[in-house]
Ligand binder design. Sequence first.
Ligand SMILES: *Cc1c(COP(=O)(O)O)cnc(C)c1O
Length: 395
Amino acid sequence: MATEKTFTGPPVRPKDRFLVFGSPAIEEAEVDEVVRCLRSGWLGTGPKVARFEEDFRAYRRAQQAVAVNSCTAALHLSMLAAGIQPGDEVITTALTFCATVNAIIHAGGTPVIADVDPRSMNLDPADAARRVTERTRAIVPVHFAGRACDMDALGSLAEEHGLKVIEDCAHAIETEYHGRPAGTIGDFGCFSFYVTKNVVTGEGGMVVTQREEDAARVKILALHGMTKDAWKRFGDSGYRHYQVVECGFKYNMMDIQAAIGIHQLQRVEPYWQRRSQICERYNTAFRSLPLGLPADPEPDTRHAHHLYTILVDEARAGAGRDAFLDRMTAHNIGVGVHYQSIAEHPYYQERYGWRPEDYPNAMAIGRQTVSLPLSAKLSDEDVEDVIAAVERSLG
Ligand SMILES: *Cc1c(COP(=O)(O)O)cnc(C)c1O
């Protein structure tokens, strides 16, 4: 990357030790399980997927869990299972990954974005309420960075207007709200096991639901619209004919992916503790710097600590956000941006006429935010390098 050299002296880390943003902790148990899976000859959807679904269902204390090959797929199928039809409006946050909005469009719905609360950076229930019309059918809260959305307010809004609630839990594997696991509060919870997420399978996702018929519909849609028994048709119980009952998708998870996830999930708590520790260290180190820091978690919630984001305001920090990103990279520290407001992207501007100024909180955050490395894999030395690089990238 072409970066202007904006500091004197050597970078905080040498180039050959570049700290990759979001690099996951992968341990021997995953490696061994993947090798066993390959040697078994059963690579596709099979016993390991079934076990991962059951383990994840139990971890989230959900009634049903269906594994798929991404959170994007999980969101798409949840929209369909929720009954979203062409012309139906679905409200979500302006501060999210594009996949949240794209899944609404894939399902034939019309996305409507609402602004965030500047403190929590989550969907502002009051702004969401202002954007409800007679065509609104669902609402998609995103538990940003792992911080629980205001599910009481959003739940009341949904109840008042008869809306389905589809939780985007891509950041929220460990999140709890008033004692309830994220993903089990709404009608559907959609999780991601992408490489940077809190539990990884490489690519992968999960839908959790409370109703058996919703899980059954998701499962059929995830595999070409074939009847349930199709999942077992190559098993040892004799050939099973399948029937296609609707036009589905190819969204099933493989056993190779589940082989990784089973062991990752066993370490979800120690990994969460390590990331919590790193967040505490960042909070202490940055307290006196001219930066915006994440708000404390709300009472009676559990933050999943998926992202640690700081706000770099040029007037205070002495460096603009993009210059700050360049400097961190020149110090060989990988950084991320979560996210530029959805309304900044040309596709949505052209198709829906959205303008960043209409979502001022998301716009301001999106133009100042920087995500720092936050992985259970980071050593204490890595964390101190990040802190040193932040200090030296200001001014
Ligand atoms: C990562 C992410 C997704 C998409 O997850 P995939 O598993 O990569 O499809 C959706 N929403 C949010 C908020 C995300 O961060």
